[in-house]
Each structure stands twice: as structure tokens, then as C-alpha cells.
Design a protein around this ligand. Structure first.
Ligand SMILES: Cc1cc2nc3c(=O)[nH]c(=O)nc-3n(C[C@H](O)[C@H](O)[C@H](O)COP(=O)(O)O)c2cc1C
Length: 170
């Protein structure tokens, strides 16, 4: 498969994976995910992101209790908290979202699975993550990612919806 096709395949096949095998991820794999994250575009190239890489089971258990849709962090061998220096740019949300999606696509390409867990929408969720991971108060917690070898299979959506596309004019 040509390289471009492989990238497209990873994008189209990606699904939210919430069941994981317990096997830890090799360090090189984690570094590749972080490479992908930091290759994302950012407004004015400010790159406001910080990443807290969490493998410790006790910390993951704490994170899994932040809200009811974060439970899978306890099972996944790797969690990443995506944080932002939001005072540095009005684009922090866009920038962190781009980095987060890059991680999910890279995970898919490496044979891993993952899920994006929303955090920034609630000051309380953010504070719980800050407390669990010792994140200084001036940083915004954008989201968590739970990542690992998948223990569930999901078919691609094939979700292209022509009704959402407006050619030339709406
Ligand atoms: C901003 C955002 C927040 C999300 N938050 C959660 C979450 O807290 N917990 C969860 O299990 N999934 C979460 N998801 C994953 C979505 O539920 C998922 O992407 C959606 O249902 C579509 O399924 P798919 O990713 O398999 O295509 C989130 C996704 C996005 C983009």
C-alpha cells in the first residue's frame, strides 16, 4: 500500500476503542504518539500543548473516576492528559484538538486503539485531573486519552454524508 493510502486507511478505520488488553506499550510507541501530537498545526505556531503521560495504575484509576465516561482509563495501559497554556493563545482549543486527533490516528496506524475523553468543558473535571497529576493551576486540561492494544473490534463507519457537503455555495 502506498504511504498516502495507509494514512487515509488509518483515518477512515479509526473508531473509539474502550476495551483494552493489559499489555504495556513499549516506550518507542509512546514516543511515536507524542511525535504525532506535536506535528499538529497550531494557530501562529504557538504550540500551547503539554502532555502528561500516565502509566501508573493508581493514577489511572483516579482519572477513570473523573466522570462516568472516563471509566476506560483504568483498563487502558496508557493515559495521556492533553493540557494547554491557554493564556498564550486564543487558539488553544483548536490546537489541542488537532494534537489529540493526531494521537488517535497515529495509534490506529500502530495497531493500537484509543478514545478521546472530554475534560475542558467542566471546571470540576479539570480540577480533578490537575489534582491527580500535579498539574499547576495555570494550565487548562483539555482532554484525556485512553490508549492500548484493542480488546474490541469495530468496523469503520463509512460515514461520508453528501448532505453535509455544499459545493461552491450552500
Ligand atoms: C470532544 C470529544 C469528547 C469526547 N468525550 C468522550 C468521553 O468522555 N468518553 C467517551 O467514552 N468517548 C468520548 N468521545 C468519543 C465519542 O463518543 C466518539 O468519537 C463518537 O461516539 C463517535 O464514535 P467513533 O469515535 O467510534 O467514530 C469524545 C469525542 C470527542 C471528539
Amino acid at each position: 500500500m502506498a504511504n498516502g493510502e495507509a494514512v487515509l486507511q488509518a483515518i477512515l478505520a479509526r473508531r473509539s476503542i474502550r476495551r483494552f488488553r493489559p499489555d504495556p506499550l513499549p516506550r518507542e510507541m509512546v514516543e511515536k504518539l507524542l511525535d504525532a501530537a506535536m506535528a499538529a498545526p497550531s494557530g501562529n505556531n504557538v504550540r500551547p500543548w503539554h502532555f502528561v503521560v500516565v502509566q501508573d495504575a493508581g493514577r489511572r484509576r483516579q482519572l477513570s473516576q473523573v466522570h462516568r465516561w472516563a471509566y476506560m482509563v483504568a483498563e487502558a495501559p496508557l493515559a495521556i492528559a492533553v493540557c494547554a497554556d491557554a493564556s498564550s493563545t486564543e487558539f488553544w482549543l483548536d490546537d489541542c484538538s488537532a494534537a489529540t486527533e493526531n494521537i488517535l490516528i497515529a495509534a490506529q496506524a500502530l495497531g493500537l486503539g484509543g478514545v478521546w475523553i472530554g475534560i475542558h468543558q467542566s471546571a470540576q473535571y479539570q480540577e480533578q485531573v490537575r489534582q491527580a497529576l500535579g498539574i499547576p493551576s495555570r494550565y487548562t486540561v483539555h482532554c484525556l486519552l485512553a490508549i492500548g492494544y484493542p480488546a474490541e473490534q469495530k468496523p469503520p463507519h463509512g460515514r461520508h454524508d453528501p448532505a453535509k457537503v455544499h459545493w461552491e455555495t450552500w
